[in-house]
Every structure is written in C-alpha cells, then in structure tokens.
Ligand binder design. Structure first.
Ligand code: O2Y
Ligand code: MN
Length: 601
C-alpha cells in the first residue's frame, strides 16, 4: 500500500514502533465507509462480531469483551510527568523512564501475527483552530471501527498534518501476539489486568496504552487525548479541556443559549444532553455528551467545541423513557459491546424499558438464566454511534468556531444536603463550587460511613493530567483575565435529593428542564433569586413545580440546611487537605467565606 503521507517525524515514529512491536503488516486508515465495512466483515468472519438482525438493527454489530476487560481501569492509568509532584496526589505516577522501560518490554513483539493500523484522526472539526490531530497506532480492528465513529479519521487529517504539522502520538496494543497465520478464534484479545497500562507522558504529549481493547483504555482520542493530555495543553496555552456535555436550550420565544455541564461518570450526562423538557415551549438540542474544549475568543466570550464525532454511551438504563433520542440514535449503524442478544438478533439490557422478549444470550455469550441473579448485559455495556444520527443534534454541533457558553453547571449525586440548584456569586466562587463536586457513595457496598462523599472535582478526578491544585489555579486564572460581565455564570445542580424516607424528592429527567429554564433566565438577567449562604437560589415561585412534587418537598430542595452545611464544610476542608499545599489560597478563602455566611445566617 502506498504511504499517503510525507511527514518525516510521523513516518519515523511508525517505523520505530513497527520495529519494536513486529506486526505482520501495516495498514494506513483512510476513514472510508469501505474500510469500516471491511473491519466489521473481518471481525465477523473471525467470530468476534455478531451482525444483528438487519430488519431490526440495520448496520449494527455486537461485541463481547473479555470479563477482565469491561471498563476503564483507573488503577492501571498513569500520569508519568517528569516530576512526581506535577501529577499530584490524585493520579498514579511512575517515573517516565521506568514506565517506558516496563512498557517497551511488553510492547516487544506484541503485534506479531497482527496488522498494525495507522489511524490519523482529528479531535474537533477539521480546520477549527481549537481542534487537535492525533495518530493512533493499534493492532485492534475493533479500535479502528470505533475510532471511525468517535473521531474524524482519514485523508483530510493527513492534509491538515502536511509535512510537519503537530500530532499527538497514541500507541495502542491489545497485548496478545498471535502465532503466524493464527486468529483470535472469536475470543476478545487482551492482556491480564496486571499487564494493562494506560500511560500518559504529558510533557511529550504522548500516550502508550497496552493490554486492554476496551473503551476509554483503547479509543485513545477520548479520555486519554481529549482530557488527560488536552488538560495539560490547555493549562499551558490558556484554555479549558473539560469533562462536560454541551447543550443548546431554546425558550418559547425561539431564543437560544448554550450550557456546558460537568457531572461525574454515571450521573446521566448523555440523558441531560438529549433532554426532552416537560415545560411547554422549551427545547434542548445536543452539541456533545461528554467532553468540551473551551477557549475565550478575541471579544472575551467563552466558546466551546465538542471534540468528538460520536457517542460512547452506557446502554444499561437507557430506555424510551430515560432517553428517547439515544434510543432512536442506536437503531442503525451502531456498535454494541457487552449487551445481551435476543433470539431474533436484537439487543437487550437491564433498564431498556421492557421485559426480555424471549430467551437471551448474556454478555458473555451464554444462555441467560433470569433466576441466576446475574444481569444479562454488563452494567458498563456500551453503544458507539455517530453523533449525526442523534435526532436532536443541533445543526451547529460541528461549527469550527464553537458555540458561546452562557452557563456552566456542576453537579453530582447528593441524596442529602445539596439543594436542587444554586448559582455562584462570581467566577472564583464558581470554581470553588466545581472543586467540591462529588457523589455520595452507597455506604453498605463500600464499608464506609453513611453519607460519605467521594469527591470528583469538576468531574475531572480520573481525567486531569496534572496536579488538581494547579488545575483549580488555572481555572481561577483564565477567569481573572476576562471581563466579569462576559464570563459564563456558574451553577451547582443536584437532581438526586432524597427524603428521610428514601423517596426521590425530584423526578429528574424531562423535569430538569424547569431548572435549565431558570438558569436560562438568570443568564438573561431575569429569573427571581434570593441570596443565601450557598449562593443565589430560586425563590419558590421562580421554578414552576412539577405536578408530582408537593409544596413541602419543593421547599425542602430549595432550602439551605445550615447544620448539614456546617458538616459539609468540615468534609470540604478534609478534601482540600488531601490535595496538599498546591491548593489555591483563593479556594481556602472561599471555604472560610461559606463557613462565615453559614454561622451568620
Ligand atoms: O468504561 C469505559 O471505558 C468508558 S467510560 C466513559 C465512556 C463514555 C463517556 N464517559 C465515560 C466516563 O467514564 O466518564
Ligand atoms: Mn465521561
């Protein structure tokens, strides 16, 4: 095959990797539909992919991964900065030379019997000055197919690269060499957990992943490049790479605004990005469901792009009730991983909204026994689907200029203490709110005291490529450089409040549109608010109460429980102490301010 590129640095890197890993052949990916079809046909012939019933799910395939390879592996994820302190206390660190030596031993000959694919890809629309080019070398055709859906792959990227353009080098291997002429025989190739490494070398903007073929461990454009490496680039270049959805909200007058929102994994980001508001006249459209790259433009406003081209959504719990748009998206041209299979060649998972239509094959390929107590689909079962199949994708979702962000939302799963919504007094206070994000963990499961909050600042704990204290300082700095009136307003939301009897106090889903409507109005200089120790909160009349929420429950979720918040202050202090002396003084001052306001209240 002719080499479609004359980029000397790229060609030299490919040659080095090929010498080390020893693939049988090298194939350049062009991103074409033919290439995608060829990858899937090859994996189907190999027994790794199951074609779903074309009458039910045209163009859809099912994959079953190894039980050891079903999710991101945080304890095998490393930030190998030159200096340990720069990775901070929240990341696993190994000295870069040591980690490279370990990985070189594993990579040695690891692609024998396989093809090494060269995937040139763009995160963000081609031609946007916010976008970045990556090149992933991988021995996994599953990764090639998924990268086609999740990023922009192909010749256009080679043109952008030219002969000396910048690219982020991403090396990936499943870590399972084959005997000459051998195949995987339908089994998912990967290495044992102890040999899996998801390694980042932030100063070199370099990613080395070994041993896993799954999701964020292997599709290196997503969490590795677009968050861990990009967060470091963003710090150095004065922008923001965030774990945020981006949505467009339109009011009954037909005017619209854009909102970015950060929630820890598994808090319903995809559902919020595709929300169907119950409030008459309001609509939500999607720009992105997981990652936002944001830059202040020359006039001082914050603009965001979604660097991805698809959704890698969690299947479990997705239904016509929880997310009708996602259900429509995944009707065709979708890759399903670790869902259950029906007798008529369709997919099924727990929470799909209807009972199994007959016997099922579970995610491991065995006949499923409904009485076994085991789920038919893996809880982290996924769908990969192009974003342009989303029925509520906003037409401007791939505008290279991005969209102007009016509001930033932070939130987590907080059954107690945190009200439905409060607005920050200003940018620094908003950074403080973001720094406290966390979810209450199920105490019984983890043997922790009830109400224990696992902090996940700005939902970036697993994704920040440097010290969390420096990351907060970066947020403070980018805001301080702008005119305050042009900055987005910052809000903290909590859809997950429960009563003492364990009842949900707020119905969530489409009803969250009522909170978004208040946020919209606040950004428009309207929307009634009262000042509280936590920030600005809606008056009882400002958010129209859903029918299913009683007056008392509404009052509870819009109130400040002073005693609970004084306990929360203690927990935030402990969280800050764990982050060490790089925590900005400004955030300590914000915490002191909160405590003072609570004591004075
Ligand atoms: O387990 C994985 O590899 C996927 S995790 C994931 C996928 C899509 C969007 N977000 C996440 C996440 O963990 O935040
Ligand atoms: Mn995510």
């Amino acid at each position: 095959m002719a080499i479609p590129c004359r980029h000397a640095k790229l060609l030299a890197w490919i040659e080095d990797v090929a010498r080390l890993t020893g693939p049988d052949r090298i194939e350049w990916c062009d991103g074409s539909p033919d290439e995608y079809d060829r990858m899937l046909a090859m994996m189907e012939a190999d027994g790794l992919a199951v074609m779903l019933n074309p009458a039910k799910r045209p163009g859809c395939y099912l994959f079953r991964s190894d039980p050891s390879d079903v999710a991101r592996v945080e304890n095998r994820t490393f930030i190998a900065s030159r200096c340990r302190e720069d990775a901070g206390p929240t990341n696993n660190w190994v000295a870069p030379d040591e980690l490279k030596a370990t990985l070189r031993r594993l990579y040695d000959g690891c692609m024998r019997g396989r093809t090494m694919y060269v995937i040139p890809f763009s995160m963000g629309p081609l031609g946007s000055d916010i976008s970045r080019v990556g090149v992933e070398l991988t021995d996994s055709p599953y990764v090639v197919a998924n990268m086609h859906l999740m990023t922009r792959v192909g010749d256009g990227v080679i043109r952008v690269l030219g002969e000396d353009g910048d690219f982020i080098a991403c090396l990936h291997s499943v870590g399972k060499p084959l005997p000459r002429g051998g195949t995987d025989g339908g089994t998912w190739p990967c290495a044992p957990l102890a040999d899996k490494y998801i390694a980042h070398f932030p100063e070199e903007r370099l990613i080395w992943s070994y041993g896993s073929g799954y999701g964020g461990n292997a599709l290196l454009g997503k969490k590795c490049l677009a968050l861990r490496i990009a967060s470091v680039a963003a710090r150095d270049e004065g922008w923001l790479a965030e774990h945020m959805l981006i949505l467009k909200i339109t009011n009954p007058e037909g005017q619209h605004k854009y909102i970015a929102a950060a929630f820890p994994s598994a808090c319903g980001k995809t559902n919020l990005a595709m929300l169907v508001p119950t409030l008459p006249g309001w609509t939500v459209e999607t720009i992105g469901d997981d990652i936002a790259w944001m830059r202040f433009d020359e006039s001082g406003y914050l603009h965001a792009i979604n660097p991805e081209n698809g959704f890698f959504g969690v299947a479990t719990g997705t239904s016509a009730d929880s997310n009708p748009s996602a259900m429509q998206c995944i009707h065709r041209n979708t890759i399903f991983t670790n869902v259950a299979l029906t007798e008529d060649g369709d997919v099924w998972w727990e929470g799909i909204g209807y009972p199994p239509p007959g016997r099922l094959t579970d995610w491991q390929g065995n006949a499923w026994d409904p009485d076994s107590g085991k789920p038919a689909a893996h809880p982290n079962a996924r769908f990969t689907v192009p974003a342009n199949q989303c029925p509520v994708i906003a037409p401007e979702w791939r505008d290279p200029r991005g969209v102007r962000i009016s509001a930033i939302l932070f939130g987590g799963r907080r059954p107690t203490t945190v009200p439905l919504v409060h607005e920050a007094f200003d940018w620094s206070h908003g950074v403080f709110l973001g720094s406290t994000v966390g979810s209450e963990v199920t105490a019984a499961a983890l043997d922790l005291p009830a109400g224990t909050v696992r902090r996940d600042p700005m939902a970036m704990l697993p994704f920040c490529g440097y010290h969390m204290g420096d990351y907060f300082q970066h947020w403070l700095d980018v805001g301080a450089r702008q005119a305050p009136e042009k900055l987005p307003r910052i809000f903290f939301v909590n859809w997950f409040r429960k009563g003492e009897d364990g009842r949900w106090l707020w119905p969530g889903y489409g009803e969250n549109g009522r909170v978004l409507a208040w946020i919209y109005d606040r950004c428009d200089g309207r929307g009634a608010a009262r000042t509280t120790p936590l920030g600005l909160m809606p008056t009882m009349e400002a958010i129209e109460r859903p029918d299913v929420v009683g007056h008392e429950d509404m009052a509870e979720i819009l109130s400040v429980d002073r005693e609970a918040w004084l306990r929360e202050v203690v927990l935030i202090r402990e969280h800050y102490e764990q982050l060490g002396d790089r925590l900005p003084a400004r955030l300590w001052a914000e915490l002191a301010g909160l405590e003072e306001r609570l004591r004075d209240a």
